[in-house]
Design a protein around this ligand. Structure first.
Ligand code: ATP
Ligand code: MG
Length: 557
């Protein structure tokens, strides 16, 4: 571990290692609840927990905190594992579930009852809320608080046996109804739930609360540092209480600020609404801040890791700008992505002095940033297409793209000069008639004449026509939760977050690319083949991110 620039968590851990706390061991965990797909905020926690384990020669567990079978699904548990692996981390044989510990948790609950520290309460949830008090008012003791231990024990056994209805009874710990911390006012540690569990089937009719399971699961796994987000700060005294009263290993909890990003949301509950109400095409919709959505969109794991590293750790809530994420993404893609040619709005270009039936092959560089990526062949013929916005009839002075009488370079091909504009009856430009200089093959001439503009093109004899999906921000407000009274975050959805283009043309070699393999359509942006694209004939390309100057901003309303 390098000494310089340690964040506050790494500083604490370095000191603990130096002082041989926990025999110098470092053991962390990433503990998602399998009630939704992982989002970018989780990536930050994954990078932190697995990253620290790697840096300190320690271990990091993956644990599914599956205490609420009514919200959890096997589908989510699977997706979580896939996403953590994709992000580049490995838990080896240490995949655990809070449900692995249900028996132990139950025994601890019995222990607390026997010691007079827990009781079965028969207040309804509504009554319990009233008894609980508020931040400014103390709570009131439950009338069941002082019942005999033997009675609580008997009732708890019968709760476990499934004798009572859901909501009719709970097991609560006896702490302090006057505590300024609401979490300490006799919290519920077990509730009745007649629900099958994905891991334990119908074995249990009672389930531990998240708070009763989370800290003790960490303890059972020998976790040394329980890293979690700030909202758990006020739960820490409760976790401490459990560890002290059960006399078990005490992991050190350290809180850090959640990752928030503008123009999006980081909450499984809100993402679930987007999915269920069909505002998006599933959890892996390329506009979603989920890891599966970002992967489908074309984000690389390394770009996300680099983003998490750049964001760093804070002790206070803050909001990171989307531009930083896109910067990390472009930086990574620029190094890796192969270049390809394509035009989003094709305009026909005919080379009048090119032989009618000739098709030749030219060499195109795959990645100027990486010579080892080599070259590929692209075809050239008399009939080509360029992007409509690369031609202007009355160009301003600094327009270096195509205009009548101006010579430009067709990338990797020839110099051409537009001689004539063909228009349709409505005055719309239909075709450009050009002449090429046969001496300029590959982009140079014997007289070393310079041209200022270079534009991309595709060849009509081989180009293919995929559907292109351009994505914009999912929300139109920097903070989607900033809404008028009576409205919710959905009112801030951006109605133009998806634009589908049907007439684009791209070079054929794109059919050789795999889903999630990023490529750049030169001068347009970074793209990837959609993983749900069915066949090369019905190819769908997702735009991962625009080049710096956003094409959509200029061309789409
Ligand atoms: P959500 O609010 O989206 O449901 P959560 O915190 O309830 O998120 P968990 O499954 O409990 O989701 O999260 C697993 C771990 O990821 C926790 O340790 C949590 O602190 C961390 N985590 C969740 N969201 C963020 C975030 N935005 N930034 C950093 N860490 C996060
Ligand atoms: Mg949660």
């Amino acid at each position: 571990m390098e000494e310089k620039n340690l964040d506050f968590i790494r500083t604490i851990i370095s000191e603990d290692v130096a002082s041989q706390k926990n025999e110098g061991r470092v053991h962390t965990r990433f503990p998602p609840e399998p009630n939704g797909y992982l989002h970018l905020g989780h990536a930050k926690s994954i990078c932190l927990n697995f990253g620290i384990a790697n840096e300190f020669n320690g271990l990091c567990n993956l644990r599914l905190d599956d205490t609420n079978p009514s919200a959890e699904k096997v589908e989510y548990a699977r997706a979580i594992q896939e996403d953590v692996k994709w992000l580049g981390f490995d838990w080896d044989d240490r995949l655990f579930h809070a449900s692995d510990y249900f028996q132990q948790l139950y025994e601890w609950a019995v222990q607390l009852i026997n010691e007079g520290k827990a009781y079965v309460c028969e207040l309804s949830f509504e009554e319990m809320r009233k008894h609980r008090g508020t931040l400014t008012e103390p709570g009131k003791n439950s009338p069941y608080r002082e019942r005999e231990r033997s009675e609580s024990l008997d009732l708890f056994e019968r709760m476990k046996a499934g004798e009572f209805e859901e909501g009719s009874k709970t097991l609560r710990v006896k702490i302090d109804m006057h505590s300024p911390n609401l979490n300490m006012r006799d919290p519920v540690i077990y509730r009745i739930l007649h629900q099958e569990h994905p891991e334990t089937g119908d074995k249990w009719k009672i389930y531990p609360s998240y708070d009763f399971a989370h800290g003790q699961s960490d303890s059972l796994e020998g976790i040394t540092h329980s890293l979690c987000t700030l909202e758990f700060e006020h739960h820490r005294p409760l976790y401490d209480w459990f560890c002290q009263n059960l006399q078990i290993h005490h992991p050190q909890q350290i809180e850090f600020a959640r990752l928030n990003l503008n123009y999006t949301i980081m909450s499984k509950r809100k993402m679930l609404r987007l999915v269920e109400e069909k505002h998006v095409d599933g959890w892996d919709d390329p506009r979603m801040p989920t890891l599966s959505g970002m992967r489908r969109r074309g984000y690389t794991a390394s770009a996300i890791r680099s983003f998490c590293e750049k964001v760093g750790l804070a002790k206070r809530e803050n909001v990171i700008e989307m531009e930083l994420l896109e910067f990390c993404l472009r930086e990574d893609l620029n190094k890796k992505a192969h270049r390809r040619l394509g035009v989003l709005e094709p305009l026909k270009l005919t080379i009048s002095n090119y032989p009618d039936d000739q098709v030749e092959e030219l060499d195109a560089v795959n990645n100027p940033e990486d010579p080892s990526a080599g070259t590929r062949k692209i075809t050239f013929s008399k009939h080509l297409f360029i992007d409509r916005n690369d031609f202007m009839e009355d160009p301003p002075k600094k327009f270096f793209r195509m205009a009548v009488g101006k010579e430009v370079r067709l990338k990797y091909a020839y110099y051409v000069t537009c001689k004539e504009v063909v228009k349709g009856e409505d005055g719309k430009i239909m075709e450009l008639i050009c002449e090429y200089d046969p001496q300029s093959r590959g982009g140079g001439t014997p007289d070393e004449r310079k041209v200022k503009g270079t534009i991309q093109w595709v060849d009509s004899t081989t180009a293919i026509n995929p559907e292109i999906r351009l994505y914009d921000r999912l929300f139109k407000a920097p903070n989607p939760d900033d809404v008028e009274e009576g409205k919710d975050f959905l009112s801030n959805l951006n109605p133009d977050s998806l634009t589908s283009l049907s007439s684009a043309l791209v070079e054929k070699s794109i059919t050789d690319l795999k889903a999630a393999e990023p490529f750049q359509l030169e001068r347009i942006g970074y793209f990837t083949v959609d993983s749900k694209s069915k066949s090369p004939d019905s190819l769908v390309l997702n735009r991962t991110v625009a080049m710096r100057d956003s094409w959509a901003k200029k061309h789409l309303k």
